[in-house]
Write a protein of this length. Structure first.
Length: 253
């Protein structure tokens, strides 16, 4: 592992010196190639260990890489398929203003990854229950590229209409997302709400394999299995379970 890393680092170092530092290729090679030759010597010597058991961690690494690749590929296909049936949020708001449904008291928070489109849970709530809450919040939770996010940058709010607002919560990749605590900050920004009078709507997808998904059949089943074992959004974001409404949908990938 160490010798392979050093070889890769040497190659990447050559690219950085050549492309980013704008050295001539020959000059960059004169500096880096001797180091790569030394590292390649150690790497070649270590290849003899493959037949003495080193194939086991390599196999384990390949399996893990395959799972990560399957998850990323399946998630991309899933996003593309859901985008085809999603409705832009602004279009829905205009439609509801022309033909308003029955309005009920309270606040509804709809979790989504893309606030520009209508969350699936909101569409199903309108389709099946035929009601709209007095206040509707489209909530997006983002993971920053930093370990932690300053409290002042935690919440971003935007009022779209009389009944709709968008809220973005940002957490660092080393932080445990806590939605109720973050929403307390939103109160200071003008959003008046009672957590015990607020309903959180979460979409739960039931995935079904398809022969035309774009992935082999075994990869379809692996992605579905990984999805079933994924952490529940309610627990991950520490939302009170008594305030959560889950809306199930079937998606063929």
């Amino acid at each position: 592992a160490v010798s392979t890393t050093m070889v890769v680092d040497g190659i990447m170092g050559f690219v950085v010196i050549w492309k980013l530092w704008n050295w001539k290729a020959a000059t960059a090679a004169a500096v880096i190639v001797p180091l790569i030759v030394v590292d390649m010597t150690f790497f070649t010597a270590n290849l003899l260990k493959l037949f003495e058991g080193a194939w086991v961690p390599l196999l384990f690494g390949l399996l893990m890489a395959g799972m990560v690749w399957t998850w990323r590929r399946g998630a991309a296909i899933l996003i593309l398929k859901t985008r085809r049936i999603e409705v832009p949020l602004n279009d829905l708001i205009k439609s509801l203003e022309k033909r308003p449904p029955h309005i009920v008291k309270g606040t509804a928070v709809f979790l989504t990854s893309d606030p520009s489109f209508v969350p699936t849970a909101l569409l199903h709530n309108l389709k099946h229950n035929k009601v709209l809450h007095e206040h509707n919040v489209i909530l997006t939770i983002e993971t920053a590229q930093t370990p932690r996010v300053d409290v002042a940058d935690r919440v971003r709010m935007e009022k779209i209409s009389d009944k709709f607002s968008t809220v973005r919560l940002r957490f660092g990749f080393m932080e445990s997302p806590n939605v109720p605590k973050a929403l307390v900050i939103a109160r200071k920004l003008g959003w008046q709400f009672d957590i015990m009078a607020t309903s959180f709507f979460v979409s739960r997808r039931s995935l079904k394999p398809s022969p035309h998904s774009g992935m082999p059949q075994w990869q379809d089943h692996l992605f579905i299995g990984l999805s079933k074992s994924a952490n529940d959004a309610t627990d991950y974001f520490q939302i009170p379970t008594g305030r959560v409404v889950e809306v199930g949908t079937q998606v063929i990938i």
